[in-house]
Design a protein around this ligand. Structure first.
Ligand code: OOG
Ligand code: MG
Length: 267
């Protein structure tokens, strides 16, 4: 019997992974992959994402964590995709708190204000709840994600953005990592500033009702791939507000109430 994956066989997964990975390393934009392959499934999209990860690991890269995306109403509205997604973070994409990153290495970067967590216990889906996820949080930090869709004009659909590792490019984890004890991440305020001006404000509740719900969703999505989210994993839970374009000379800061801040300069 024909399986749903028969229409896109392994070589196509590899070809599409190479297409997107080459766009990233060559710093150029491409058409979204569903223009050519409208029948790709979510499963195939994650297979392409995993093939990109394998390419990066094969080239000596190091996996540093996981990210959730499209977890807030602001992001869902901005991008026109209303399903939370997950991707991977590479050690090579990490910019030190207060550090600088060249925009010439990126296509059309945008910044996002996020709450990052490091897990202290394994999390296993399906059925992982926000309460279970919260109990597994070891530390919380303010963070900035620098997204850089490989697609022309940042225009994509669900399948295309998953395959493109959810636009992941760079990220900053605030130097302060605090215990979640006594924090109410639902009501925690988040402020995003560029060049000293407030661009957007929000609260943790923007992220699927509670950032721990995003962590639980990640554990549940990884279970679809037969994976456990191991203790000690860095997880970015998704942008609280819209994403904003940046250019050389910009300085961006994200402050998370009771947690700390993270900043980056674009050069
Ligand atoms: C997809 C990635 C979204 C977030 O935090 O919502 C994301 C995109 O908007 O390009 O990282
Ligand atoms: Mg993000």
């Amino acid at each position: 019997m024909a399986s749903p994956t028969d229409s896109v066989v392994r070589p196509d997964i590899e070809r599409l992974a190479a297409f997107l990975h080459d766009a990233e390393t060559g710093v150029y934009e491409v058409d979204k992959i569903t223009d050519d392959q409208p029948d790709l499934s979510l499963e195939q999209a994650y297979a392409i994402q995993n093939a990109i990860l394998a390419r990066k690991l094969g080239a000596g890269g190091r996996l540093a964590g996981r990210k959730m995306g499209l977890t807030s109403p602001a992001k869902m509205q901005q991008m026109g995709v209303e399903v939370p997604i997950h991707g991977f973070l590479m050690a090579e994409g990490c910019v030190a708190d207060g550090g600088a990153t060249p925009v010439a290495d990126l296509i059309h970067p945008k910044v996002e204000a996020e709450i990052a967590m490091i897990t202290a216990r394994n999390l296993k889906g399906p059925g992982c709840t926000a309460a279970e996820a919260m109990a597994a949080v070891g530390h919380v930090s303010a963070s900035i994600e620098v997204i850089d869709s490989r697609y022309r004009n940042f225009r994509f659909d669900l399948v295309s953005v998953i395959a493109d590792n959810t636009s992941a490019a760079r990220y900053v984890i605030g130097a302060d990592a605090v215990s979640p004890d006594g924090l109410d991440l639902r009501t925690t305020g988040v402020v995003l500033e560029k060049n000293g001006e407030v661009l957007a404000t929000g609260a943790g509740a923007a992220v699927l009702g509670h950032p721990a719900a995003s962590l639980a969703a990640l554990a549940n999505l990884l279970a679809d791939q037969g994976q456990v989210l191991p203790a000690g994993t860095l997880v970015m839970t998704g942008a609280v507000t819209e994403a904003y374009a940046v250019a050389a000379g910009d300085h961006v800061r994200v402050t998370v109430q009771g947690v700390g801040s993270a900043s980056i300069r674009f050069i």
